[in-house]
Structure formats: C-alpha cells, structure tokens
Ligand binder design. Structure first.
Ligand code: FES
Length: 139
C-alpha cells in the first residue's frame, strides 16, 4: 500500500469533500466533523459518480411518532438512483454484507512527517508547517 497526498487539511473543511485522481482511480475524500473518509467514486449499482452525491445522517424510529437522527453527514446518497452508503465502512444501507463500495484508509500528517517518507506527492509542494491528508491505496 502507498500513501498518497491528496491535499491539505485546510482544503477539506468539516462538511467538505475533495474528489481526486489517485493511482488511476477517482476517489472522494470527505471530512465529517474533523474525521476523514475516502471512498471510490464509482457506485456499485451502475457506476454512477457516487462521491458527487449528498450526505446526510441516520434517521431511525425511536418510539411512536418520534425519530432519532444521528451520525450527521456519514451517509452518502448516489446522485443517479439514490443508493446509500456508509462513509465510515463503504457498506450500503439496504444490503451491507453484500453491496459495498471500496473504502480507503485516510490519515493526516504534517509536512515534516512527509519528509521522512515514503509517500507520493505528485502534485504537491510540501511545506513543513502544513497538515496533509493522505489516502492509502495500492498501485
Ligand atoms: S448508479 Fe448509483 S444508485 Fe444507480
């Protein structure tokens, strides 16, 4: 596995996302409340651009006439036909054990960490005092 630098932390603020081309694939990197998640930008249904979809939380029945809303921003809805995926796991909402989208580990490193390597930073001049978002993907 290789860690790829996909941007600075400042580029992907909470609630934001960045879609990048990494190792020949399109990947969406999301910031949900300061936690980063990355999914392949290809819906398992018919190949739609999943990471362009809206994010939302979980809405579950609590008691009669009441609902619990939780995990705000952690569900991603495909813009083509509305299939929904958990950003944290890549699992679909309707069939989590058999329909899922590829997820990638994401870490944050400082510029001084990056100078120790090995990382791939094809398009980024790395500054020691910045924080960077890295996505782990095999070649
Ligand atoms: S392509 Fe994503 S729901 Fe159909």
């Amino acid at each position: 596995m290789t860690k790829w630098v996909v941007g600075t932390v400042d580029e992907i603020p909470p609630g934001g996302r960045k879609i990048v081309e990494v190792a020949g694939r399109s990947v969406g990197v999301f910031n949900v409340g300061g936690e980063f998640f990355a999914l392949l930008n290809r819906c398992p249904h018919q190949g739609g651009p999943l990471c362009l979809g809206n994010t939302h939380g979980f809405l579950r029945p609590a008691s009669v006439g009441e609902y619990d809303y939780s995990r705000a921003g952690e569900m991603l809805r495909c813009p083509w036909h509305g299939w929904e995926y958990d950003l944290r796991t890549g699992q679909s909402w309707f069939d989590p054990s058999s329909v899922l989208v590829r997820r990638y580990d994401v870490t944050v490193a400082t510029g001084s960490d990056l100078q120790k390597g090995p990382y791939v930073a094809e398009t980024y001049p790395v500054s020691v005092d910045q924080q960077y978002v890295l996505v782990e993907i095999g070649r």
